[in-house]
Design a protein around this ligand. Structure first.
Ligand code: UTP
Length: 297
């Protein structure tokens, strides 16, 4: 019987430089798509996949993130008094059970692998998920749930994979796979941000992982890699080198890179258009903007 995946690490200790000056005082994960912060999408996805323990790797200046999950008795009683049941329900979704959430500090942004390693004592000897909240995935069945179901069949470690244009591969961890067809991709190698023209495929790893605890041991030994950072990709590649199984899962869904401005704006439009209370007004506005732009050309 395979261990169930009940713990997830959310590495949120990065500097978020691409969103400066906003991220000077607001954590990137608190930036909102319509009216929900990025972190809420990540938490909802984790809950839907059966995660019970939520481990945040944070850094200086992320206080707003910790406050976000606190209960807010005053606000709740005010909404109750005014009979605002829907808002009360929305607010309750942000609450975490006591003891379900933990914060670990990464003292220096030394890379994603290092951030995951910082949480090692809270993981112990069981498989765990890693979710990067700036990758937001719109999917009928949440991406991590797809992965947990696939993992229950395969074991080992699993990464979410998607095809990207070849000229973008140098921005991602890229998979070297045994075969390219189907959704389950047995991985025989992984390379972080390969130089243009050296990429083993155009299958990129995006921010969802289910990892065997042995990956944490690998992180103990790994030296700084691409960009001078401790890379999670290198620790997963080590699994393959030591004969343990790693699979890529080509998930169903649309991924938005909300760590970039263009991706964040695309997600904002897409999520707003999916909302029946906003769709018509936004659609009309977008049509008028496009028409004005065309007329001006
Ligand atoms: P990014 O590569 O997007 O870096 O990290 P960043 O600092 O968040 O943003 P930019 O590039 O400066 O704009 C991917 C994920 O890994 C986390 C980040 O918080 C983000 O969720 N991370 C990265 C850490 O937790 N620690 C690190 O040392 C690096």
């Amino acid at each position: 019987m395979r261990n169930k995946v009940t713990k997830a690490i959310f590495p949120v200790a990065g500097l978020g430089t691409r969103f400066l000056p906003a991220t000077k005082s607001v954590p990137k994960e608190i930036l909102t798509l319509v009216d929900r912060p990025l972190i809420q999408y990540a938490i909802d996805e984790a809950r839907a996949a059966g995660i019970k323990e939520f481990i945040f790797v944070t850094s200086r200046g992320k206080g707003a993130l910790e406050d976000y999950f606190d209960h807010s008795p005053q606000l709740e009683s005010e909404l109750r008094r005014k009979g605002k049941k829907e808002l009360l329900k929305t607010l309750k979704e942000t609450n975490m059970d006591s003891g379900a959430i933990a914060y670990i500090r990464q003292h220096k942004a030394m890379g994603l692998g290092h951030a995951v390693w910082c949480a090692r004592r809270l993981i112990g000897n069981e498989p765990f998920a890693v979710i990067l909240p700036d990758d937001v995935i719109a999917a009928e069945k949440p991406c991590l749930k797809q992965m947990v179901e696939a993992y229950e069949e395969t074991g080992g470690s699993m990464v979410a994979a998607m095809e990207v244009p070849h000229d973008k591969t140098s921005s991602y961890g890229i998979l070297d796979v045994e075969q390219q067809f189907g959704n389950m991709l047995p991985v025989r190698g992984m390379v972080e941000k390969p130089a243009q023209g050296t990429e083993p495929s155009n299958l990129a790893v995006i921010g969802r992982y289910i990892l065997a605890p042995s990956v944490l041991n690998n992180l103990n030994k790994i030296k700084a890699g691409s960009g001078g950072e401790i890379q999670l990709t290198d620790a997963i590649a080590q699994e393959i080198a030591e004969g343990r199984r790693v699979n890529g899962l080509r998930f169903d869904g649309q991924r938005f890179d909300c760590g970039s401005k263009a991706g964040f704006l695309q997600a904002t439009i897409s999520f707003a258009l999916a909302r029946h209370d906003l769709r018509d007004e936004l659609f009309d506005y977008m049509n008028s903007v496009v028409a004005m732009d065309r007329a001006a050309q």
